[in-house]
Design a protein around this ligand. Structure first.
Ligand code: SAM
Length: 269
């Protein structure tokens, strides 16, 4: 069986998981987004871009602190959710449908550009880094979060483990997730985009495991992006979700600890 283009490159995939995404992101990616926002320590009225905003984790953190922030995402479903959540904090169009590889902003538009678990998933990640660099003002800050573990994080790690057990011959992690999962690789990606790398922070949180039924109901949300998942028919997906639920029963009380690398770089003056 051949695998189609990876689901992560298809906005329809992200649309299809968007309804459940906000609740899960708040207890998962949202914590890293908040950490990235705090580590950036920007002035209150900074102009901020969140590339691949999803349900708006970083965008909302920025708006709450008074930044003039906008998020973009290529999934209209995600953008609708991010915009609705942003509207509770701030007026105006705060989330826009846009491809992060071709940003529709002029150069010098932002004091800071973030991408939290976004740009490393693009078909052409270098174009994503380059676009972040282009729209920054000279001296502006780029912040990119990636997972250190190539199998991803939280529930995705558990699903990757399940896939390894059920399909030992399949490559489990996404090939792209290996592209930037060390400080040196992340710094090299910044440098290639013409940015000056400054610091890579390692940030870890435990993902508190939900009740076992969650693994049956949310397998697509947590693992639908995976090439392994795409190989399965509906019956196999049910078996897969059951196997993940069985593994989840043995998780330690604190859940799964996942580490993000949060890289920072400056656009030269
Ligand atoms: C793992 S989610 C991260 C979302 C959010 N930043 C967070 O931390 O929760 C990846 C996001 O990247 C978006 N995405 C993937 N490829 C994209 C592209 N080429 N342009 C814009 N957004 C993209 C997806 O729609 C999805 O919302």
């Amino acid at each position: 069986m051949t695998v189609k283009a990876p689901a992560i490159h298809d906005p329809a995939h992200w649309d299809s998981v968007s309804a459940n995404y906000a609740a899960e992101a708040d207890r998962m990616t949202g914590r890293y987004a908040q950490a990235a926002w705090e580590l950036a320590a920007l002035p209150r009225d900074a102009r901020v871009l969140d590339v691949a905003t999803g349900a708006g984790a970083l965008l909302l953190a920025a708006l709450r602190d008074g930044a003039d922030a906008v998020g973009i995402d290529f999934s209209p479903g995600m953008v609708a959710i991010a915009q609705a959540r942003a509207a509770e904090i701030s007026s105006g169009e705060r989330a826009l449908v846009m491809d992060g590889q071709r940003l529709d902003f002029p150069p010098d538009s932002f004091d800071a550009a973030f991408s939290i678990f976004g740009v490393f998933m693009f078909p052409d990640p270098a174009a994503g880094f380059a676009e972040m660099a282009r729209v920054l003002r000279p001296g502006g800050l780029a912040v990119v979060a990636v997972w250190e573990n190539p199998g991803g994080a939280g529930p995705a790690q558990l699903f990757a483990q399940t896939a390894q057990r059920l399909f030992p011959d399949q490559p489990v992690p996404l090939p792209v997730s290996r592209l930037f999962n060390s400080p040196a690789l992340l710094d090299a990606a910044f440098a290639e985009a013409g940015l000056r790398p400054t610091t890579v922070h390692r940030v870890s949180y435990a993902w508190p495991a939900p009740p076992i039924d969650w693994f049956r109901e949310h397998a697509k949300l947590a693992y639908g992006w995976s090439p392994v998942w795409q190989l399965l028919d509906d019956a196999q997906r049910t078996v897969f979700a059951e196997a993940a639920a069985a593994l989840a029963a043995d998780l330690p009380p604190e859940g799964i600890t996942s580490t993000a690398l949060i890289g920072m770089a400056r656009k030269p003056e």
